[in-house]
Design a protein around this ligand. Structure first.
Ligand code: IVH
Length: 687
C-alpha cells in the first residue's frame, strides 16, 4: 500500500486537512490500480474504510471538501427525470464494413475523394469498437461540468450525477494547458466480470436479467437514482472530441493526428483504450482487425468490431461528414457470435435461493471456438416472449456472457412436434410447491428449509448474527456439516454431538464444546429472530418483529390466514402470500415440528403499547457514541417505536451521530426532524 509522507503540522485542524489530502491521494492511487492496471493492492473493504474516513472528515469539516473529491462519486439524491441537453456539435454514428472487401472499398473511396497518388499510403488509427453507450463529457477549465447521452445525436439527456460515479472518469483534468471548454466523447461500458456478477445477483433475486453488457450499461446510466449507478462498476473509454475552445491557453497545434489527440486526452488523465494501434495502409489495417478479432474473447470487456479512423486530422477535415456519419472513419464489424442448433430438451435448475431456471439442452454446437451444449432461458416470461419450445431450431449467441443465450426461434423449421415447457408447479429437486410471487420474474421452490440446493444458504442465514446468532457457526463449518451428511435441514443442527463436530478440520474438544453450547443457547432466542431465521421470502427483520408481536408463537403464525396477515399494517399481499406459501409447504412444516421437538421454543417479546415512542419511526446515522445501533434499536422498540435503515417521508426522527452523511442530507431535504443522540436520550427520560 502506498504511504505518503506529508509534512506534520501543528494544529489538529491542519492535520485533518493533511489527512484529507492524503486520503484523496490514496483513493485515487488505488482507483488507478483497480481500474487502469487491473492490479488492486488493497481489498474492497480496505478501500471502503479509507473512503468512509474521508467522508467522515469532510462532513465534520465541510471546508475540506473539494469539488473533485472521490466522495462526490457516491451519487446524490434521485432525480425525477433527466433534463435534455443539446450537443454543441452533433454526435455522429459510423458506417459499417462487414467484410474485408468492404474495408478495402472504404479505402478506395476516400483515396478517390482525396485524389491521392497510388504511391502514398494512408495512416489509420485503429481502436476496439466498444459495446456500450456513447457519452459526452464537458470540461470547463479542466473541471467536469456536464455529461450527456448521445440521444438522437442532436439532443441527449443530462446524466452528470450518474457519470460522476464512474471511477475512471477524472472530475478534474491534469496539466496546465487545459482548454476553457473541452467536449470529450467516449463509450461507457460494464466490464464482463461485473456484468456476470450483476446478472447472477439479479437472477437470484428473481429480477429480470440484462441480455448483454451494453443493455446493462445503458440501463445503469439511465437509472434515476445515482446511488444505484455508484454500485455498478461502469468504466469509460474516450475516443474523440467535440468542440474545443482554448481561449488564451495554447493553440493545440501539437495535435495533428488522431493518435496525437488520443495521447493528449491520456495526458489530461482521461481514460483511453490500451488497444489503440496506428497502422500504415489498408492491409495492415485488415491484419490489425483480424488480430483483434482473434483476441476478442480474451478481453475484459465486450467489443463488436474495430473502428478505423484516418489518422491525419487535416485529411479528416477535408473529407468532412455526411448527415449521420463522418467519411473518414469506418466501423469494421465482427461477424456475430451466433450459431444455429436444436433444443433437445429443457431442464430445470434450482439455485441457492430456490430460483428455478429453465435451461435448454442443445445439440452441441461450436460458438466462437467453444462447444456449447446448454443455454440459459432465464425465466418463463422470456421463454414465452420468444416462444421457445422443446424440439425448436434456434439461434444461440454468446453476448458477453459465459453461458450462451437463445436469441430466437426459427419458426419456419417447426415440424409441429415441438412441445411447450410449462411453468413447474413443483421443485424438480425436493418436490415442494413452486410458486411465482406477484411482480417477480422467477419461479421459486417454497421448500426453503430443506431443499438440497438451498441448504447451505438457509443454514448460514439461520445461524447468522441477526437471526439465531449461533456464535462461531460460520459457513466453513456449515459446509462441512452438509458435506458429511450431518445436516440436511436447520433442525439437524440441534441433533449434533461432539463426535460429529470432531470430524471437522482443525476442530478440538474445547471448540466443539463451545459450538454446541452456542447451538444450545440459540434454543431460547426471541421469536422474532426465529421467524427471521426461517428465511421466508420478503420477511426481513422488521416484518419478523411485527409478526412476533402480533402472533406470539410460531404455532399461531402458522395458523394465520392470508386475510389476517394483510390486515396487519405494513404487510401487503405479496408478503402475506409468501408467508402463507412457506407455512403451507409440508417440507417446511416438518422442519418446524422437528425444531419444536428439539426444544427451540422461542419466547415472545411482550408487545409494547402506550410506550413513549409509540408509532414513531427512527433512523440512526453516523457514529453513535453513547450506545450501539443494536442498543438504540432495542430502546426504541421497548418504547413502541420502529427503527428503519433508510430515510423517507414516513420517518419521524433522524438521530445523528458524529459523522452523519447522506442520510442526514436526505432528512434535511425531506424536512424530517433531525435530533442529536442526547435529544434522543432526553425523549426516553422518565418524567
Ligand atoms: S468513433 C464520429 N470510436 O460506435 C465518430 N466510436 O456506431 C464517432 N463506438 O456512437 C465514433 N467504440 O458510441 C468511435 N473506438 C470507438 C468506438 C465508437 C464504440 C460507438 C460510438 C458510436 C458508435 C457508432
Amino acid at each position: 500500500m502506498q504511504q505518503l509522507s506529508l509534512l506534520e503540522t501543528n494544529t489538529s485542524e491542519d492535520s485533518q486537512q493533511v489527512r484529507a489530502i492524503e486520503l484523496r491521494h490514496l483513493l485515487s492511487h488505488h482507483n488507478k490500480l483497480y481500474y487502469e492496471q487491473d492490479a488492486p493492492e488493497i481489498s474492497d473493504a480496505e478501500y471502503d474504510a479509507l473512503f468512509r474516513e474521508l467522508q467522515s472528515l469532510e462532513s465534520t469539516r465541510p471546508d475540506l471538501l473539494v469539488y473533485d473529491s472521490p466522495t462526490l462519486r457516491v451519487g446524490g439524491t434521485p432525480l425525477e427525470r433527466f433534463v435534455q441537453v443539446r450537443h454543441r456539435q452533433p454526435m455522429l454514428s459510423l458506417e459499417n464494413a462487414l467484410s474485408e472487401e468492404e474495408i478495402r472499398a472504404f479505402e478506395v473511396k476516400i483515396r478517390n475523394m482525396l485524389a491521392l497518388p497510388d504511391t502514398l499510403s494512408l495512416t489509420y488509427q485503429c481502436e476496439p469498437k466498444m459495446d456500450g453507450l456513447a457519452i459526452e463529457l464537458v470540461y470547463l477549465n479542466g473541471i467536469l461540468n456536464q455529461a450527456s447521452t448521445r440521444g438522437d445525436g442532436e439532443v441527449g439527456e443530462d446524466v452528470t450525477a450518474n457519470v460522476r460515479t464512474i471511477r475512471n472518469i477524472p472530475l478534474q483534468l491534469k496539466g496546465t494547458d487545459l482548454p476553457e471548454l473541452l467536449e470529450v466523447r467516449g463509450e461507457v461500458y460494464l466490464p464482463l466480470s461485473a456484468f456476470q456478477k450483476l446478472n447472477a445477483r439479479r437472477q437470484e433475486a428473481g429480477e429480470s436479467v440484462f441480455a448483454n453488457p451494453r443493455n446493462a450499461a445503458a440501463g445503469s446510466i439511465r437509472q434515476l437514482d445515482p446511488r444505484v449507478v455508484a454500485r455498478r462498476p461502469l468504466a469509460m473509454v474516450c475516443y474523440g472530441v467535440g468542440t474545443i475552445e482554448r481561449g488564451a491557453r495554447g493553440d493545440g497545434k501539437g495535435v495533428r493526428t488522431q493518435t496525437d489527440l488520443i495521447n493528449q486526452l491520456a495526458e489530461w488523465g482521461l481514460p483511453v483504450s490500451n488497444e489503440t494501434r496506428t497502422v500504415n495502409g489498408v492491409e495492415e489495417l485488415i491484419y490489425c482487425f483480424n488480430d483483434l478479432q482473434e483476441r476478442r474473447d480474451s478481453l475484459q470487456y465486450e467489443i463488436d468490431g474495430m473502428v478505423a479512423k484516418l489518422d491525419d486530422l487535416t485529411l479528416q477535415m477535408e473529407l468532412g461528414a455526411k448527415s449521420r456519419s463522418p467519411r473518414w472513419a469506418i466501423a469494421c464489424k465482427f461477424p456475430p457470435r451466433q450459431s444455429r442448433t436444436k433444443i433437445n430438451d429443457i431442464l430445470l435448475s434450482v439455485g441457492r435461493t430456490g430460483v428455478i431456471t429453465p435451461v435448454a439442452i442443445l445439440e452441441p454446437v461450436e460458438l466462437s471456438g467453444v462447444t456449447v451444449s446448454r443455454a440459459t432461458l432465464h425465466n418463463w416470461d422470456e421463454m414465452r416472449r420468444k416462444d421457445i419450445r422443446i424440439g425448436d431450431t434456434v439461434i444461440v449467441e454468446r453476448a458477453g456472457d459465459v453461458i450462451p443465450a437463445v436469441v430466437k426461434v426459427l419458426e419456419e423449421e417447426r415440424s409441429g412436434a415441438e412441445t411447450i415447457m410449462q411453468e413447474p408447479e413443483h421443485c424438480p429437486v425436493c418436490g415442494s410447491k413452486a410458486l411465482r410471487l406477484e411482480g417477480e420474474a422467477a419461479v421459486r421452490c417454497q421448500g426453503g428449509l430443506s431443499c438440497p440446493p438451498q441448504l447451505a444458504e438457509s443454514v448460514i442465514h439461520f445461524a447468522s448474527r441477526d437471526a439465531m446468532n449461533i456464535d462461531g457457526l460460520g459457513s466453513k463449518y456449515i459446509e462441512q456439516m452438509i458435506n458429511l451428511g450431518l445436516v440436511k435441514d436447520v433442525a439437524d443442527l440441534y441433533q449434533l454431538r461432539s463426535d460429529d463436530l470432531m470430524q471437522f478440520e482443525r476442530m478440538g474438544d474445547k471448540l466443539a464444546e463451545k459450538l454446541l453450547a452456542a447451538i444450545e443457547a440459540s434454543k431460547n432466542q426471541e421469536l422474532a429472530r426465529l421467524i427471521f431465521a426461517l428465511g421466508i421470502r420478503h420477511v426481513g427483520e422488521r416484518t419478523s418483529r411485527i409478526l412476533a408481536d402480533r402472533f406470539g408463537s410460531i404455532e399461531n403464525l402458522q395458523k394465520s390466514t392470508f386475510d389476517e396477515l394483510t390486515g396487519i399494517r405494513d404487510i401487503g399481499s405479496t408478503v402475506a402470500a409468501s408467508i402463507r406459501s412457506f407455512f403451507d409447504t409440508p417440507a417446511n412444516q416438518s422442519v418446524l415440528k422437528r425444531l419444536e421437538d428439539a426444544g427451540v421454543s422461542p419466547r415472545s417479546a411482550p408487545k409494547q403499547t402506550g410506550g413513549r415512542l409509540e408509532g414513531k419511526t427512527f433512523v440512526f446515522t453516523g457514529s453513535l457514541t453513547g450506545f450501539t445501533r443494536d442498543e438504540a434499536k432495542q430502546m426504541v422498540e421497548t418504547e413502541g417505536g420502529t427503527v428503519t435503515g433508510s430515510v423517507s417521508r414516513k420517518t419521524d426522527y433522524v438521530v445523528t451521530g458524529s459523522d452523519a452523511g447522506g442520510k442526514l442530507e436526505k432528512a434535511r431535504s425531506l424536512g424530517v426532524t433531525v435530533i442529536t443522540e442526547s435529544d434522543f436520550l432526553g425523549m426516553l427520560k422518565k418524567d
